[in-house]
Write a protein that binds this ligand. Structure first.
Ligand SMILES: [Fe+2]
Length: 306
Protein backbone atom coordinates (compact mmCIF):
# COMPACT_ATOMS: atom_id res chain seq x y z
CA UNK A 1 0.00 0.00 0.00
CA UNK A 2 1.17 3.48 -0.52
CA UNK A 3 0.41 6.90 -1.73
CA UNK A 4 -1.18 8.03 -4.98
CA UNK A 5 -0.18 11.56 -5.94
CA UNK A 6 -2.90 13.58 -7.62
CA UNK A 7 -1.57 16.11 -10.12
CA UNK A 8 -2.80 19.65 -9.66
CA UNK A 9 -4.66 19.74 -13.01
CA UNK A 10 -6.57 16.55 -12.15
CA UNK A 11 -7.77 18.10 -8.90
CA UNK A 12 -8.77 21.41 -10.41
CA UNK A 13 -10.02 20.75 -13.93
CA UNK A 14 -12.23 17.76 -13.72
CA UNK A 15 -11.50 14.26 -15.00
CA UNK A 16 -13.12 11.26 -16.60
CA UNK A 17 -15.52 9.09 -14.64
CA UNK A 18 -13.29 6.00 -15.02
CA UNK A 19 -10.38 7.97 -13.51
CA UNK A 20 -12.55 8.93 -10.51
CA UNK A 21 -13.55 5.30 -10.13
CA UNK A 22 -9.90 4.28 -10.10
CA UNK A 23 -9.14 6.79 -7.33
CA UNK A 24 -12.05 5.46 -5.26
CA UNK A 25 -10.75 1.94 -5.78
CA UNK A 26 -7.17 2.84 -4.87
CA UNK A 27 -8.38 4.48 -1.69
CA UNK A 28 -10.63 1.53 -0.84
CA UNK A 29 -7.60 -0.75 -1.28
CA UNK A 30 -5.83 1.21 1.47
CA UNK A 31 -3.84 3.88 -0.36
CA UNK A 32 -3.57 7.53 0.60
CA UNK A 33 -4.61 10.04 -2.07
CA UNK A 34 -2.16 12.92 -1.82
CA UNK A 35 -2.55 16.46 -3.20
CA UNK A 36 0.85 18.24 -3.16
CA UNK A 37 -1.06 21.51 -3.49
CA UNK A 38 -4.35 21.44 -1.65
CA UNK A 39 -7.49 21.86 -3.74
CA UNK A 40 -9.02 23.57 -0.65
CA UNK A 41 -6.91 26.68 -0.24
CA UNK A 42 -7.86 28.98 2.63
CA UNK A 43 -8.00 32.75 2.18
CA UNK A 44 -4.73 34.24 3.47
CA UNK A 45 -6.44 36.19 6.27
CA UNK A 46 -8.29 33.07 7.52
CA UNK A 47 -5.04 31.12 7.54
CA UNK A 48 -3.34 33.86 9.54
CA UNK A 49 -6.28 33.92 11.96
CA UNK A 50 -6.03 30.16 12.59
CA UNK A 51 -2.26 30.20 13.03
CA UNK A 52 -2.44 32.98 15.62
CA UNK A 53 -5.68 31.94 17.33
CA UNK A 54 -4.06 30.23 20.26
CA UNK A 55 -1.90 33.11 21.36
CA UNK A 56 -4.83 35.52 20.98
CA UNK A 57 -7.60 33.53 22.68
CA UNK A 58 -7.96 32.22 26.19
CA UNK A 59 -11.01 29.95 25.89
CA UNK A 60 -9.54 27.64 23.33
CA UNK A 61 -9.69 23.89 23.76
CA UNK A 62 -7.12 21.48 22.39
CA UNK A 63 -9.58 19.89 19.99
CA UNK A 64 -11.93 22.11 18.09
CA UNK A 65 -14.71 20.15 16.47
CA UNK A 66 -17.21 21.44 13.95
CA UNK A 67 -20.53 19.57 13.85
CA UNK A 68 -22.06 20.26 10.45
CA UNK A 69 -25.46 18.74 11.30
CA UNK A 70 -25.91 21.19 14.15
CA UNK A 71 -23.79 23.91 12.56
CA UNK A 72 -21.97 24.27 15.87
CA UNK A 73 -18.41 24.23 17.11
CA UNK A 74 -17.34 22.65 20.35
CA UNK A 75 -14.11 23.09 22.26
CA UNK A 76 -14.14 26.86 21.92
CA UNK A 77 -15.96 28.42 24.85
CA UNK A 78 -14.98 31.91 23.90
CA UNK A 79 -16.82 34.66 25.69
CA UNK A 80 -16.47 38.41 26.01
CA UNK A 81 -13.67 39.75 23.90
CA UNK A 82 -13.13 36.27 22.46
CA UNK A 83 -16.71 35.84 21.27
CA UNK A 84 -15.92 37.45 17.93
CA UNK A 85 -12.97 35.09 17.50
CA UNK A 86 -15.30 32.16 18.25
CA UNK A 87 -17.71 33.33 15.57
CA UNK A 88 -14.96 33.75 13.05
CA UNK A 89 -13.60 30.28 13.80
CA UNK A 90 -17.10 28.88 13.37
CA UNK A 91 -17.40 30.63 10.01
CA UNK A 92 -14.01 29.33 8.79
CA UNK A 93 -14.77 25.74 9.80
CA UNK A 94 -18.21 25.86 8.18
CA UNK A 95 -16.71 27.15 4.93
CA UNK A 96 -13.96 24.54 5.01
CA UNK A 97 -16.49 21.76 5.53
CA UNK A 98 -18.63 23.01 2.66
CA UNK A 99 -15.70 23.44 0.29
CA UNK A 100 -14.28 20.00 0.94
CA UNK A 101 -17.73 18.47 0.50
CA UNK A 102 -18.30 20.26 -2.81
CA UNK A 103 -14.85 19.23 -4.02
CA UNK A 104 -15.32 15.57 -3.11
CA UNK A 105 -18.81 15.46 -4.64
CA UNK A 106 -17.12 15.97 -7.99
CA UNK A 107 -13.69 14.44 -7.36
CA UNK A 108 -15.16 11.21 -5.98
CA UNK A 109 -18.15 11.28 -8.32
CA UNK A 110 -18.75 7.49 -8.26
CA UNK A 111 -19.86 7.86 -4.62
CA UNK A 112 -22.58 10.31 -5.68
CA UNK A 113 -22.31 11.99 -2.27
CA UNK A 114 -23.67 8.86 -0.61
CA UNK A 115 -22.11 9.86 2.68
CA UNK A 116 -23.05 11.38 5.95
CA UNK A 117 -21.13 14.50 6.84
CA UNK A 118 -19.42 13.81 10.14
CA UNK A 119 -17.37 16.18 12.30
CA UNK A 120 -14.72 18.51 11.04
CA UNK A 121 -11.86 19.69 13.22
CA UNK A 122 -9.10 22.20 13.64
CA UNK A 123 -6.00 20.75 15.32
CA UNK A 124 -3.86 23.60 16.64
CA UNK A 125 -1.66 21.52 18.97
CA UNK A 126 1.83 20.28 18.21
CA UNK A 127 1.35 16.52 17.97
CA UNK A 128 4.85 15.60 19.08
CA UNK A 129 5.09 15.05 22.82
CA UNK A 130 1.39 15.50 23.64
CA UNK A 131 0.45 14.00 26.96
CA UNK A 132 -2.76 12.01 26.38
CA UNK A 133 -4.23 8.84 27.90
CA UNK A 134 -3.13 5.76 25.94
CA UNK A 135 -6.39 5.09 24.10
CA UNK A 136 -6.58 8.71 22.99
CA UNK A 137 -3.00 8.98 21.82
CA UNK A 138 -2.61 9.91 18.15
CA UNK A 139 1.02 8.84 17.98
CA UNK A 140 0.21 5.13 18.40
CA UNK A 141 -0.79 3.14 15.32
CA UNK A 142 -4.53 2.51 15.21
CA UNK A 143 -7.53 2.19 12.95
CA UNK A 144 -10.33 4.65 13.66
CA UNK A 145 -13.58 3.82 15.42
CA UNK A 146 -15.83 6.31 17.19
CA UNK A 147 -16.96 5.31 20.68
CA UNK A 148 -20.10 7.46 20.62
CA UNK A 149 -20.92 7.39 16.90
CA UNK A 150 -21.11 3.78 15.65
CA UNK A 151 -20.96 3.62 11.87
CA UNK A 152 -22.80 0.31 11.36
CA UNK A 153 -20.59 -0.52 8.40
CA UNK A 154 -20.29 2.98 6.93
CA UNK A 155 -16.69 3.80 6.05
CA UNK A 156 -14.64 6.49 7.80
CA UNK A 157 -13.09 8.74 5.17
CA UNK A 158 -10.97 11.67 6.32
CA UNK A 159 -9.66 14.64 4.36
CA UNK A 160 -6.79 16.73 5.79
CA UNK A 161 -5.00 20.02 5.18
CA UNK A 162 -1.58 20.81 6.62
CA UNK A 163 -1.81 24.53 7.44
CA UNK A 164 1.60 24.91 9.02
CA UNK A 165 3.64 27.51 7.13
CA UNK A 166 6.92 25.56 7.28
CA UNK A 167 6.57 22.18 9.02
CA UNK A 168 5.53 18.84 7.57
CA UNK A 169 2.84 16.73 9.23
CA UNK A 170 4.46 13.37 9.88
CA UNK A 171 2.51 10.13 9.73
CA UNK A 172 3.23 6.46 9.75
CA UNK A 173 0.80 3.95 8.25
CA UNK A 174 0.68 0.17 8.31
CA UNK A 175 -0.78 -2.79 6.46
CA UNK A 176 -4.49 -2.46 5.70
CA UNK A 177 -7.22 -4.09 7.74
CA UNK A 178 -7.66 -7.12 5.46
CA UNK A 179 -4.03 -8.13 6.12
CA UNK A 180 -3.91 -7.02 9.73
CA UNK A 181 -7.11 -8.50 11.12
CA UNK A 182 -6.21 -12.17 10.35
CA UNK A 183 -2.85 -11.67 12.10
CA UNK A 184 -4.58 -11.00 15.42
CA UNK A 185 -8.10 -12.41 15.23
CA UNK A 186 -9.26 -14.72 16.57
CA UNK A 187 -6.04 -15.74 18.41
CA UNK A 188 -5.49 -12.47 20.28
CA UNK A 189 -8.77 -10.65 19.87
CA UNK A 190 -12.17 -12.30 19.69
CA UNK A 191 -14.06 -12.02 16.42
CA UNK A 192 -17.51 -10.41 16.50
CA UNK A 193 -20.58 -12.61 16.81
CA UNK A 194 -23.82 -12.19 14.94
CA UNK A 195 -26.61 -10.43 16.80
CA UNK A 196 -29.78 -12.39 17.41
CA UNK A 197 -32.49 -11.65 14.86
CA UNK A 198 -34.62 -10.02 17.56
CA UNK A 199 -31.80 -7.70 18.66
CA UNK A 200 -31.01 -6.81 15.07
CA UNK A 201 -34.59 -6.03 14.13
CA UNK A 202 -35.07 -3.97 17.30
CA UNK A 203 -31.82 -2.10 16.69
CA UNK A 204 -32.77 -1.31 13.09
CA UNK A 205 -36.22 -0.13 14.12
CA UNK A 206 -34.81 2.01 16.95
CA UNK A 207 -32.20 3.59 14.67
CA UNK A 208 -34.76 4.03 11.90
CA UNK A 209 -36.98 5.97 14.28
CA UNK A 210 -34.04 8.05 15.44
CA UNK A 211 -34.20 6.32 18.83
CA UNK A 212 -30.79 4.66 18.68
CA UNK A 213 -29.51 7.09 21.29
CA UNK A 214 -32.17 5.92 23.73
CA UNK A 215 -30.98 2.31 23.70
CA UNK A 216 -27.17 2.56 23.70
CA UNK A 217 -26.62 -1.19 23.81
CA UNK A 218 -28.50 -1.57 20.52
CA UNK A 219 -26.83 1.33 18.82
CA UNK A 220 -23.55 -0.45 18.30
CA UNK A 221 -23.58 -3.37 15.93
CA UNK A 222 -21.21 -6.33 16.47
CA UNK A 223 -19.13 -4.72 13.71
CA UNK A 224 -18.83 -1.45 15.66
CA UNK A 225 -18.01 -3.33 18.81
CA UNK A 226 -15.17 -5.19 17.09
CA UNK A 227 -13.78 -2.05 15.41
CA UNK A 228 -13.68 -0.28 18.78
CA UNK A 229 -11.95 -3.25 20.42
CA UNK A 230 -9.52 -3.47 17.50
CA UNK A 231 -8.64 0.23 17.86
CA UNK A 232 -7.84 -0.31 21.54
CA UNK A 233 -6.05 -3.61 20.90
CA UNK A 234 -3.64 -2.04 18.41
CA UNK A 235 -2.83 0.90 20.67
CA UNK A 236 -2.26 -1.41 23.63
CA UNK A 237 -0.16 -3.94 21.69
CA UNK A 238 3.46 -2.96 22.37
CA UNK A 239 4.84 -5.59 19.97
CA UNK A 240 2.73 -4.28 17.09
CA UNK A 241 3.65 -0.68 17.91
CA UNK A 242 7.33 -1.57 17.93
CA UNK A 243 7.56 -4.12 15.11
CA UNK A 244 4.48 -3.80 12.90
CA UNK A 245 5.15 -3.05 9.23
CA UNK A 246 5.05 0.66 8.59
CA UNK A 247 5.77 3.41 6.12
CA UNK A 248 6.54 7.03 6.94
CA UNK A 249 4.93 10.02 5.20
CA UNK A 250 5.80 13.68 5.50
CA UNK A 251 2.93 15.86 4.30
CA UNK A 252 4.34 19.24 3.34
CA UNK A 253 2.88 22.63 4.22
CA UNK A 254 -0.02 23.50 1.92
CA UNK A 255 -0.77 19.89 0.98
CA UNK A 256 -3.89 17.76 1.46
CA UNK A 257 -4.48 14.04 1.68
CA UNK A 258 -7.34 11.66 2.28
CA UNK A 259 -7.59 8.09 3.43
CA UNK A 260 -9.98 5.49 4.83
CA UNK A 261 -8.79 5.65 8.42
CA UNK A 262 -11.00 2.73 9.51
CA UNK A 263 -8.86 0.36 7.40
CA UNK A 264 -5.41 2.00 7.26
CA UNK A 265 -3.62 1.91 10.62
CA UNK A 266 -2.05 5.31 11.14
CA UNK A 267 -0.32 7.48 13.69
CA UNK A 268 0.64 11.13 13.60
CA UNK A 269 4.10 11.67 15.05
CA UNK A 270 4.61 15.39 14.56
CA UNK A 271 2.99 18.44 13.05
CA UNK A 272 0.87 21.38 14.07
CA UNK A 273 -2.14 23.18 12.60
CA UNK A 274 -4.27 20.85 10.54
CA UNK A 275 -7.83 21.02 9.30
CA UNK A 276 -9.78 17.83 8.82
CA UNK A 277 -13.23 16.80 7.62
CA UNK A 278 -14.70 13.34 8.19
CA UNK A 279 -17.31 11.48 6.11
CA UNK A 280 -19.20 8.29 6.83
CA UNK A 281 -19.46 6.80 3.36
CA UNK A 282 -22.33 4.38 2.70
CA UNK A 283 -21.14 0.79 2.25
CA UNK A 284 -23.32 0.54 -0.90
CA UNK A 285 -21.24 3.32 -2.50
CA UNK A 286 -17.99 1.30 -2.43
CA UNK A 287 -16.54 0.41 -5.81
CA UNK A 288 -14.40 -2.38 -4.31
CA UNK A 289 -16.50 -3.48 -1.30
CA UNK A 290 -14.47 -6.66 -0.76
CA UNK A 291 -11.70 -4.59 0.87
CA UNK A 292 -13.95 -3.03 3.51
CA UNK A 293 -13.45 -4.06 7.15
CA UNK A 294 -17.07 -5.22 7.27
CA UNK A 295 -16.61 -7.53 4.26
CA UNK A 296 -13.34 -8.84 5.71
CA UNK A 297 -14.93 -9.58 9.09
CA UNK A 298 -18.04 -11.13 7.58
CA UNK A 299 -15.75 -13.30 5.47
CA UNK A 300 -13.80 -14.39 8.55
CA UNK A 301 -16.88 -15.13 10.65
CA UNK A 302 -19.41 -16.20 8.04
CA UNK A 303 -21.95 -14.08 9.89
CA UNK A 304 -23.82 -10.83 9.29
CA UNK A 305 -22.39 -8.19 11.56
CA UNK A 306 -24.61 -5.15 11.11
FE1 LIG B 1 -6.99 8.15 13.87
Amino acid sequence: MGMITIPREAASQGHAENQARLWCQQMEEGNILFFPQTPIALPEEDLHFLLTLEQNSSGLHKNLAYKPQLDRISGAEMKGADAAAGERLHHILREYSQHVTAFLASFLSPYQSRWQLDYGSFRPQEEQGRNLPLRRRNDLMHTDAFPTRPSRGARILRFFNNLHPTKTRDWITGEPFRRLAPQFAPQHIALPREQSTLTRVTARAACGMGLGWAIPALKRSPYDDFMMRFHNFLKENAAYQAQGKREAWFFPPGSSWMVYTDMVPHAVLAGQFALEQTYLVAPEAMVAPEHSPLAVLEGMTGERLV
